[in-house]
Design a protein around this ligand. Structure first.
Ligand SMILES: NC(=O)c1ccc[n+]([C@@H]2O[C@H](COP(=O)([O-])OP(=O)(O)OC[C@H]3O[C@@H](n4cnc5c(N)ncnc54)[C@H](O)[C@@H]3O)[C@@H](O)[C@H]2O)c1
Length: 359
């Protein structure tokens, strides 16, 4: 059985969710961790019995033999670190977004192609059984024409990491990204966007210090998927609480599907069709899916020589939508979207015969 050697850069909050997922897989050998606060990397190496730790990512890339880099650093560092790793011939799994500007994101796809490796990015929500069920119901035609969708996801916002509140951070990049990924997965690529965004809480305490909020903390966007199909997404660091009976809903001419829980942690799918005439709850079992299982899934695909069912191009499309949304909010204009990703109504359920990396 082949194993993929994996290294992690960024030993902050989210690494505690990723590492257990990676260690569970028979296809993963976690060989190194890296953080510029080197004591964090050292602690991880000790706690998880890992052979190598580093304080510098270039040194990690030079000195350790591995196939997949898992990038869990702050968002503004995703692009540059991903590029370094791809140039050194490593596959990359990156927390969202894969870069914070579009030209870097396109460059990452190009470098990956040139080097014969892959780049994939969170969120990994498209492979949850609940998402898959919604996609299958939409593509089966049981809902008629799916014309209308909503997504909402917010919380109070992190009390750590000032970068969350500076340019290149913000609620849309950190949270809205989930709903944008889910709704473009379900309804297809977007042609244009309009949005409103701002900082509703201009100052907040982060890492114990009063910090000025420069990025969006309260954002609303409307996505045009073409053929008069529209979705609406709201996201923010301003939500004390949120009812999560459903957070994603897709309405069609013959029925409706709604996701119980969040798209990153769904509990099931509620469905109504003209044919059944009643609401039913399906896809209640998430089969071990875990939102931090994306890197594990990619490692397993690499080990088994399988084409992953998620695409770097989709992550770039989502990034373009988010950048365009912030531009629309700033200028008051509707912004056209140029990128796309492999999608068709028939394929929107994605080809997931093996999603063992779900968790
Ligand atoms: N925290 C969560 O619950 C959560 C959930 C889902 C996704 N994410 C995403 O995960 C990523 C990381 O978030 P986090 O909450 O863990 O942030 P964090 O600030 O806790 O961790 C980031 C880590 O990166 C390290 N780092 C910074 N510069 C570095 C460099 N040049 N080289 C090596 N390491 C460096 C920092 O020292 C820190 O340990 C973000 O993209 C975030 O959006 C976080």
């Amino acid at each position: 059985m082949s194993k993929i050697r994996v290294a992690i850069v960024g030993c902050g909050v989210v690494s505690h969710s990723y590492i257990p997922q990676l260690l569970k897989s028979k296809h993963v050998e976690l060989v190194a961790v890296c953080d510029n606060q080197v004591e964090r990397a050292k602690k991880h190496a000790e706690d998880y019995h890992l052979p190598h730790y580093f304080g510098d990512v270039e040194q990690l890339l030079e000195e350790v033999d591995f196939e997949l880099l898992v990038n869990l650093t702050s968002m503004n560092l995703h692009g540059p670190i991903n590029k370094l790793a791809l140039e050194k011939g490593r596959n990359v799994w990156c927390e969202k977004p894969i870069a914070t500007d579009l030209s870097t994101a396109y460059e990452l796809l190009e470098v990956a192609k040139k080097k014969g490796v892959g780049i994939w990015g969170a969120p990994f929500t498209l492979l949850s059984p609940a998402y898959q069920k919604m996609a299958a119901l939409i593509s089966s035609g049981e809902l008629g024409k799916a014309t209308t969708a909503h997504g909402i996801y917010g919380w109070e916002g992190p009390s750590w990491g000032k970068w969350f509140y500076k340019n290149g951070g913000g609620a849309l990049f950190d949270l809205g990204v989930y709903n944008v990924t889910t709704l473009t997965g379900l309804l297809g690529p977007v042609k244009s966007v309009v949005a409103m965004a701002g900082a509703a809480i201009p100052e907040r305490v982060v890492d114990g210090e009063l910090t000025t909020v420069e990025a969006d903390d309260n954002t609303a966007i409307i996505l045009d998927h073409g053929d008069a199909v529209f979705s609406v997404i709201q996201t923010g660091f301003t939500y004390k609480n949120q009812l999560d009976d459903w957070t994603i809903q897709v309405i069609g001419t013959e029925g409706t599907v709604a996701m119980e829980g969040y798209d990153w942690e769904p509990r099931g799918v509620r469905v109504f069709t003209s044919k059944s005439g009643e609401w039913d709850t399906v896809a209640k079992d998430q089969e071990g899916y875990h939102w931090a299982g994306g890197a594990t899934y990619i490692a397993e695909c690499l080990a088994e020589g399988k084409e992953p069912a998620i695409y770097g191009e989709h992550a770039v499309h989502v990034l373009e939508i988010m950048i365009a949304s912030l531009k629309s909010a700033e200028t008051g204009r509707r912004i056209a979207i140029e990128s796309t990703f492999p999608w068709s109504k028939e394929r929107n359920a994605y080809a997931t015969d093996s999603v063992s990396g779900r968790g």
